[in-house]
Design a protein around this ligand. Structure first.
Ligand code: G
Ligand code: G
Ligand code: MN
Length: 780
C-alpha cells in the first residue's frame, strides 16, 4: 500500500475511533440523564397527583362543612328524620359534584347514603378511625370496587351527633386532568379480591390493561421500585404508588412516560451527533489527505530523484523542505550519495577500460579507438606485439618477474608514445601499438623494435625479451576492427612461426588462415566419415629389380574443398594435436590392409610416415605391437619413416622410441634426408637402418651434376655407416640407372609408379616386370 494511503488511513482510523468513543459516551450519558430526568418527572407527577387529590378532597371537605353547619340538617340528624336527611344529603352532594354521600351516627352506623343501606356498619373503618383521631379525615376509599376521594367530617349540635362524608370517583376525569397538567400518562387501578375491579387511565383502555397486567405482579406485591429502568424493550418509564389498601381491595396509581416522548429529543440529538461526526470525518479525511500529501510529496520527490540517480541521470535540483527537516537531510544525503556513486563510477569506468597491471588502456579501449579511427577514415597502422618466451620467463623466473617484464615493456611503449602513437594491452602477453599519420617518417620501426627489445635489468640479471610483432594497415588490410585485429594476429603468428621479430600482413593470409581453421575443424569428421584413404607407392630394389615394399601416403578428399595435400593437413593436425588420432587410424587401416593382401598372397612391406608427435608418443610402440599381433603380421612387414627434424626436436625421447621400434624388429628410415641440418655423425648415434634421400636432390639428378655428386657421396657415406639408401622422386630411367650405378639400394618415384589406391596395387604388381638396372661399380 502506498505510504500516502496508509498515512491517511491511520489518521482516519484514529479520528473515527475517538469520535465513536466520545459519541458513544456522550449518548450514553445523555440517555442516562434523560432517564433520571424522566424519573424526576414521574415523581413530580406523583406529587402533583397526590396534591390534586387532596386539594379536591379539601374542597369537598369545605362543602361538607357548610352542610354540617346547616341548622336544618343538624336538627334532621338529631331527630333522625330519615326522609329529610337523605334528600338534604343528596341535594348537597349533587351541588358539590360528589359521586358518593354518606351520613352515620356517632358510632359510624349508616343513617343515610347513596351507596350504603341504612343501619349498615361503617364502610370506611380506616378513615373513620382517622376522623375520630383528628376530628376529620380525607382519603381514598374503595366501595363496590370503585376508588373515591372521600372526606369525612363531624356534625356537631354543638356536641358530636354524627358523621357526614362525600367523595368523588377517581376516574378518567382525574387521569386526564393529571395528564393535561403533567404530560404524564396516569392509570388508576383497583383490585378487589385479586381481580381488577376498576380501571381508569389516560391511555386507551386496551393499552392501559396490558400495561397494568405487565406490571401487576409488582403492583400487587406492593413493590414500587419500578422507577429508573428503561431497557430497549420497555415502551414506558413507570412510577407507581399505592392510594388505598384495606379489606380486600387496593388501589394503585401508575404514572408513565412513553419512550418515544422521553427519548424523542434524544433521538434527534443522536442524529445531529451522527451528522456532526460525519462532517468531522469528512473534514478529517480532507485534512488527512492534504497532510498525507504534504508529508509524502517531498518523499515522492526524493524517491523519483533516487530513481533518476539509479538510471544514471544527474540530479541537481532537490528542493525538498528546509535543510534541517528530515526530508531535507535525506535530500542532501541523496546528493552526497550521488556524488560518491559518480566518483566510484569514474573509478570503475577507468578500471574497466584499463589494465590493472600495466595501467595501459585495455582491449575495450583499443577497440573503441580503432573504431573511431576507422570512422575518421585516415590511414593507420596496428602493431600487435607478443613476448615469445613469456611462458618460459614466467615458469623460470616466477610470475612476479614475468609481470615485471610486461610492465617494463608497457613503460617503454608509453615513453614511445607521441601524439601519433598509443599503446594498449590486449590480453595475456599481447600488447597493441596504434600508429596514426603514417606519412611522416618512413622508417620508424627499426628504432622502435630496438628500444623494445633492449635487455631488461631485473634482479641484476638482464632478460632480453624476444618479441614477435604482426602489423596491419588500414585501409589496406581490412575495414573493421575485428578484421584488423585478427589479421594482425595472423601476421603475429607468422612472425612467431618464422622466428622473426616483425611480419606485415600479406594479402591472402587470412583466407589461408580461415581455410586452415576449417580443415582443423573438419579433420575429426574426416576420419569418421571415411574421407581419408591411403595411397601406396612401390619401392624397387635395385639389385633384384623387384618391388618388395611400398610407402603408405595419406590422402584426404574434403567434401567441399576437394583434395587436400597431406603436407597441409598433416602439419595442421600436428599443430592442433590431432595427429595422434590420424596416425592411429592410419596404422590400424594399414595393418588391416596388409592382412588382406597376405590372404591374397601378396607379401608386401609397408613404410609409414611418423610425425614429430608420433615419435614423442610413449604409447606408440605398444600400439604398433598390439596391431601386429591382432592382424598376425611380422615386424618386417611394417617400417617407419621419420624426418630429421622430427627426431631432432627431442633426440632423447625420439631415440627411445626408435630403439624400441628397432627392438620390435621394425626397420627405420630417415625421411627427406638432406633437407635438415643433421649430420651423419648425429644419425650414426640413432637406431636407424635406412637413409631416404630427399627428392629435391633426385628429381633432376640426370641433369644436375651437383645433385648427383651430393647423392653419390651420401650413398657412399650411408653405406659406410651400414645404412641402406633409398632415393625418392625418381622420375626417369636415366636417374634410375645413375642411382643404381652408384649403389642406391631402393628407388621410389613416378618413373616406377605414382602412389595408388590399395585396390589398384595387386593388379599393378601382377603387371610389373622385373627391372633390369646396371649394377654398381660400372664406369659412369
Ligand atoms: O605424397 P605426398 O605429397 O603425399 O606426401 C607429402 C608429405 O606428407 C610427405 O613428406 C609425407 O611424409 C607426408 N605424409 C604422407 N602421409 C603421411 C602420413 O600418413 N603420416 C605422416 N606423418 N606424414 C605423411
Ligand atoms: O614422406 P616423403 O617425403 O618420402 O613422401 C614422398 C612424397 O614424394 C610424396 O608426396 C609423394 O607423392 C612424392 N613423390 C614420390 N615420387 C615422386 C616423384 O617421382 N616425383 C615427385 N615430384 N614427387 C614424388
Ligand atoms: Mn616419406
Amino acid at each position: 500500500m502506498r505510504f500516502r494511503t496508509r498515512l491517511m488511513l491511520v489518521l482516519l482510523t484514529v479520528v473515527i475511533l475517538s469520535q465513536l468513543a466520545t459519541g458513544a459516551a456522550f449518548l450514553r450519558a445523555t440517555q442516562n440523564d434523560i432517564i433520571v430526568k424522566g424519573n424526576q418527572r414521574l415523581e413530580v407527577g406523583a406529587n402533583v397527583f397526590q396534591q390534586l387529590l387532596s386539594a379536591r378532597g379539601d374542597q369537598l371537605g369545605n362543602n361538607i362543612a357548610i352542610l354540617a353547619d346547616d341548622f336544618g340538617f343538624k336538627s334532621a340528624v338529631s331527630t333522625q328524620d330519615n326522609e329529610t336527611l337523605y334528600s338534604v344529603l343528596a341535594n348537597h352532594g349533587t351541588r358539590a359534584n360528589a359521586d358518593i354521600v354518606l351520613l352515620t351516627d356517632l358510632d359510624g352506623r349508616v343513617l343515610a347514603g347513596s351507596h350504603h343501606a341504612r343501619d349498615s356498619a361503617m364502610p370506611f373503618p380506616q378513615l373513620f378511625e382517622r376522623a375520630n383521631l383528628n376530628g376529620s379525615a380525607v382519603g381514598v376509599v374503595v366501595t363496590e370496587g370503585e376508588p373515591y376521594e372521600f372526606a369525612l367530617l363531624p356534625v356537631r349540635a354543638p356536641h358530636l351527633i354524627g358523621w357526614v362524608g362525600m367523595g368523588f370517583l377517581i376516574n378518567e376525569t382525574v387521569t386526564s386532568e393529571i395528564k393535561a397538567l403533567t404530560g404524564l400518562d396516569v392509570s388508576i387501578v383497583t383490585y378487589q379480591q385479586g381481580r381488577i375491579s376498576s380501571l381508569s387511565s389516560s391511555h386507551p383502555e386496551a393499552l392501559a390493561l396490558t400495561l397494568i397486567n405487565d406490571n401487576s405482579e409488582q403492583l400487587q406485591n406492593g413493590d414500587y421500585s419500578l422507577t429508573g429502568q428503561m431497557t430497549p424493550d420497555d415502551e414506558y418509564l413507570s412510577y407507581s404508588s399505592m392510594l388505598y389498601a384495606g379489606g380486600n381491595a387496593q388501589t394503585h396509581v401508575l404514572l408513565q412516560l412513553s419512550r418515544n416522548e422521553l427519548l424523542g429529543a434524544y433521538r434527534s440529538l443522536r442524529w445531529q451527533l451522527l451528522g456532526i461526526v460525519a462532517l468531522i470525518l469528512i473534514a478529517t479525511a480532507v485534512v488527512a489527505m492534504w497532510s498525507a500529501r504534504s508529508i509524502s510529496r517531498p518523499l515522492m520527490a526524493l524517491a523519483s530523484a533516487a530513481k533518476r540517480i539509479g538510471r544514471g541521470e544527474r540530479v541537481d535540483d532537490l528542493a525538498s523542505g528546509t535543510r534541517h527537516s528530515e526530508t531535507g537531510q535525506l535530500a542532501s544525503t541523496l546528493l552526497t550519495m550521488q556524488d560518491e556513486i559518480a566518483k566510484r563510477e569514474a573509478v570503475l569506468h577507468y578500471q574497466s577500460r584499463h589494465d590493472l597491471l600495466t595501467d595501459l588502456p585495455n582491449r575495450i579501449c583499443a577497440e573503441e579507438e580503432i573504431e573511431r579511427a576507422i570512422a575518421a577514415g585516415s590511414a593507420f597502422i596496428l602493431m600487435r606485439l607478443a613476448i615469445n618466451n613469456f611462458r618460459d620467463i614466467k615458469d623460470t623466473f616466477g610470475y612476479a618477474l614475468g609481470d615485471n617484464v610486461l610492465v617494463t615493456l608497457a613503460k617503454r611503449l608509453h615513453q614511445l608514445e607521441s601524439g601519433r602513437r598509443s599503446a594498449y594491452r590486449l590480453d595475456g602477453d599481447e600488447l597493441l601499438l596504434m600508429h596514426v599519420d603514417i606519412e611522416t617518417d618512413a622508417d620508424w620501426r627499426r628504432p622502435l623494435f630496438a628500444a623494445l627489445s633492449a635487455p631488461i635489468h631485473l634482479d641484476r640479471s638482464p632478460i632480453t625479451p624476444s618479441l614477435s610483432i604482426g602489423e596491419v594497415h588500414f585501409p589496406d588490410h581490412g575495414d573493421s576492427t575485428q578484421l584488423l585485429l585478427r589479421r594482425a594476429d595472423i601476421a603475429l603468428d607468422m612472425a612467431k612461426r618464422q622466428r622473426c621479430i616483425h611480419q606485415r600482413y600479406q594479402q591472402g593470409q587470412d583466407e589461408l588462415h580461415q581455410r586452415q581453421l576449417t580443415l582443423i575443424r573438419d579433420l575429426k569428421r574426416a576420419v569418421d566419415n571415411g574421407e581419408l584413404w591411403m595411397a601406396y607407392q612401390p619401392k624397387v630394389n635395385t639389385r633384384t629389380g623387384r618391388v618388395n615394399q611400398c610407402e603408405a601416403l595419406m590422402r584426404w578428399q574434403h567434401p567441399t574443398l576437394g583434395f587436400i595435400p597431406p603436407d597441409e593437413f598433416i602439419a595442421l593436425a600436428e599443430r592442433s594435436g590431432q595427429i595422434g588420432m590420424l596416425t592411429n587410424w592410419m596404422l590400424s587401416h594399414i595393418c588391416e590392409q596388409l592382412a588382406r593382401w597376405k590372404q591374397r598372397d601378396y607379401h608386401l612391406s609397408v613404410a609409414v610416415n611418423l610425425s614429430t608427435s608420433d615419435v614423442m608418443d610413449p604409447g606408440l610402440c605398444q600400439r604398433i605391437a598390439a596391431l601386429l599381433k591382432q592382424y598376425q603380421l611380422g615386424a618386417r612387414q611394417l617400417s617407419v619413416e621419420v624426418t630429421e627434424s622430427a627426431m631432432m626436436q627431442d633426440v632423447e625421447v625420439a631415440t627411445r622410441t626408435l630403439l624400441e621400434l628397432g627392438r620390435m624388429g621394425l626397420s627405420i628410415a630417415i625421411d627427406d634426408y638432406g633437407t635438415g641440418y643433421s649430420s651423419l655423425a648425429q644419425i650414426k648415434r640413432l637406431p636407424v637402418n635406412e637413409l631416404k634421400i630427399d627428392k629435391s636432390f633426385v628429381l633432376a639428378l640426370d641433369t644436375q651434376a651437383d645433385d648427383f655428386t651430393i647423392v653419390r657421396s651420401t650413398i657412399e657415406m650411408g653405406h659406410s655407416l651400414g645404412l641402406k639408401v633409398v632415393a625418392e622422386g625418381v622420375e626417369n630411367r636415366a636417374s634410375a640407372e645413375l642411382l643404381s650405378e652408384v649403389g642406391c639400394d631402393h628407388l621410389q618415384g613416378y618413373w616406377i609408379a605414382k602412389p595408388m589406391p590399395s585396390d589398384a596395387l595387386p593388379a599393378w604388381l601382377d603387371a610389373f616386370e622385373t627391372l633390369s638396372l646396371p649394377t654398381p661399380g660400372l664406369p659412369v
